[in-house]
Design a protein around this ligand. Structure first.
Ligand SMILES: [Mn+2]
Length: 469
């Protein structure tokens, strides 16, 4: 069967290579051509696009979505959603999750890819249910559950197969294996896809990054093993910390039973559009050539690239760069203490920062971050392995731990959020922008107001969010 392709250049590719800085006005002129390719979907929203739009680009992310929807008349639009954390950094009440899903679909999203940093499926149920509710009502909306792929004692073939069965039972429409760091090697991928296919009828999509250099080989083996969809990026923003190149995968499968049928000339025209922008990003430093190569440390230490660079900068700040290898050794130990979670935002940063603390303080858990405490309290959910009791006793002595679904303890908060930001509200969606990033969204609302009042932005004090009226 023809292999299907999700194009990531409008989301993950530029998030991974240029810190999510591609502006909407640059995307729009090429949409008509992209719409003719025949993609399974175009990933264009969610992840960090929301934060970056409001914070750095001074764009309304909802407006971006509506404009993309206007242009993509034939192609499904896809977003990445952090389960109960939505697109923010804390767990939200179910009413916010439900409202966000409603508005995402209403503004143009077709496929919602939902993941949790601990692979705690309870944190995904509210999003799946909300999507299914819309689907039953309108016939639109697709809930895809993504498993954060990782290595470790707990992550056996039985674990992944069991998760696939549970995802089907939860009412999801498809499964994604989401490999953030490029840890899934080709032969392992073939085995994984075969075993999962044997227990579920759901379509399986594979998402990986080129970071460790194996990604296109992994796709080849996964496709041969029956994977349904692969995530690729147009060549100017492919490889490195991004995805394998769309044109390369299309050519690889040409003339085989997996032939996509895509027109290489059309793809070349699209690549021609993006290439000068890549050159511009290289010239202004937004695209660092360092992220374009193979980072073999990813395979050696099984630590995602973003986490390593974070750790290096934390050590630099403390003048302790000589402790680099001590911290690298400490990371898997902290990860074990915290129940061996996948290393993906935010668990990757929590584990990395705690490892730095443990090494620099000269005593493990002498100081624990608030986030480490919250993981130990169960506020992020359940980990695949039990956490280290000695560490729990040392860091949160005598505290009661959460064992239920964490969001069961959060009261509905939409009306409270709305009353906090009422003076800025111009559309229902503004309440959701505020819910995710209260400060950043408020700054954006002030900026938007100033634009509408025709204030000269050059005399505005953007840093303090003050605009002369
Ligand atoms: Mn990704």
């Amino acid at each position: 069967m023809a292999i299907k392709i999700t194009e990531t250049i409008l989301r993950d590719a530029h998030q991974s290579l240029i810190a999510t800085r591609m502006p909407t006005e640059f995307m729009l002129p090429i949409v008509e051509k992209m719409d003719k390719v025949g993609y399974h979907s175009v990933e264009c929203w969610g992840g960090a696009t929301f934060d970056a739009s409001l914070r750095f680009l001074k764009e309304d992310p909802w407006d971006r979505l509506r404009k993309l929807k206007d242009g993509f008349k034939n192609t499904k639009l896809q977003m990445l959603f952090r389960g109960q954390n939505i697109l923010g950094y804390r767990p939200y009440a179910d009413d916010v999750v439900e409202n966000f899903v409603e508005k995402s679909v209403a503004n143009g999203i077709d496929i919602i890819r939902i993941f949790d940093c601990l692979n705690d499926l309870r944190n995904l149920q509210a999003t799946v249910d909300a999507t299914n509710k819309i689907k039953a009502r309108e016939g639109r909306g697709h809930a895809q559950i993504a498993l954060s792929y990782t290595l470790g004692d707990a992550y056996t073939m039985e674990y992944w197969v069991d998760m696939a069965k549970k995802i089907e039972e939860m009412g999801a429409d498809s499964i994604c294996i989401k490999d953030m760091a490029g840890l899934l090697v080709p032969y392992k991928a073939a085995e994984l896809i075969k075993e999962m296919k044997a227990v579920t009828k759901l379509p399986i999509q594979l998402h990986t990054h080129y970071t460790s250099g194996v990604a296109s080989m992994t796709y080849l083996k996964a496709v041969e093993a029956g994977v349904d969809v692969i995530d690729c990026a147009m060549s100017p923003f492919a490889m490195g910390t991004s995805q394998p190149a769309t044109e390369v995968m299309v050519e690889t499968f040409k003339g085989t039973e997996y032939d996509t049928g895509f027109d290489q000339n059309l793809l070349a025209e699209i690549a021609d559009y993006f290439r000068p922008y890549r050159d511009e990003c290289l010239a202004n430093g937004l695209l660092n050539p360092k992220v374009m190569g193979v980072d073999i440390k990813t395979l050696l230490y099984q630590v995602p690239g973003g986490m390593l660079s974070n750790m290096v900068s934390q050590l630099k700040e403390q003048n302790a760069e000589d402790k680099y290898y001590d911290v690298l050794k400490e990371i898997p130990l902290v990860r074990k203490d915290l129940g061996e979670p996948p290393l993906v935002t935010p668990s990757s940063q929590i584990v990395g920062t705690q490892a730095v603390f443990n090494v620099l303080m000269g005593e493990r858990y002498k100081m624990a971050t608030d986030q480490t405490k919250d993981v130990l309290r169960g506020k992020y959910g359940q980990t695949v392995k039990p956490m280290n009791q000695e560490v729990i006793d040392k860091v949160i002595p005598g505290e009661e731990r959460i064992t239920c679904r964490p969001a069961d303890l959060i009261e509905n908060e939409m009306s409270k959020l709305e009353s906090e930001m009422a003076e800025w509200k111009q559309q229902d969606e503004d309440v959701l922008s505020y819910a995710l990033f209260p400060q950043v969204a408020t700054d954006f609302f002030k900026y938007r107001q100033a634009q509408q009042d025709k204030v000269d932005p050059t005399v505005a004090d953007a840093k303090n969010g003050a605009y002369p009226v």
